[in-house]
Design a protein. Sequence first.
Length: 192
Amino acid sequence: MWDANDIHARLAAIRVADPGLQRFGASRHQHRLGPTLSEADVAAFEAQHRITLPENYRTFLLEVGNGGAGPHYGLFPLHGEGMRDVNREERFRAGHLATPFPHTQAWNPDYDVPVLGRPGPVDKMTEDEYFDERWTTGSLIVAEFGCGAFHRLVITGTARGQVWFDDRAADNGLAPEADFHAWYENWVHNQK
């Protein structure tokens, strides 16, 4: 499934081509992946959350790396090191990962941002409702796009194994991308 040697060779070539870390996100991940995890580490995370990670992601953690080089600002390690506390807390909230992800297609309902304190129409979602965690249960933030947007890997639910773009910060909702393997391979193979 994964060709770890190819991925590490590509990242080494990118480091040579970008020694000043000028590419977007490179100053954070430095074109390097973190060390792989052991089976015991991954199994402990799964047991703690009562889930099984999607096979593509699980194998990536065991054979390729845990966090580091990846799309935009790079991949977060499994335990969320380097994340802002508000985002990291989500992955450790009881039941969050075990509750199925509620979407199978792009989602972006209307919501009302109060203007000068005036309440909006009753048929629109409030900002608090729009950003409620119930729309992202069953998913794990795996990478930061920037400007409050993230890539999420669906852990539980019909879309399991897919990466979704969470762009609610720019009022663009949630949209499916590709499965984790295709998503990462596309990034690493298109670095020049």
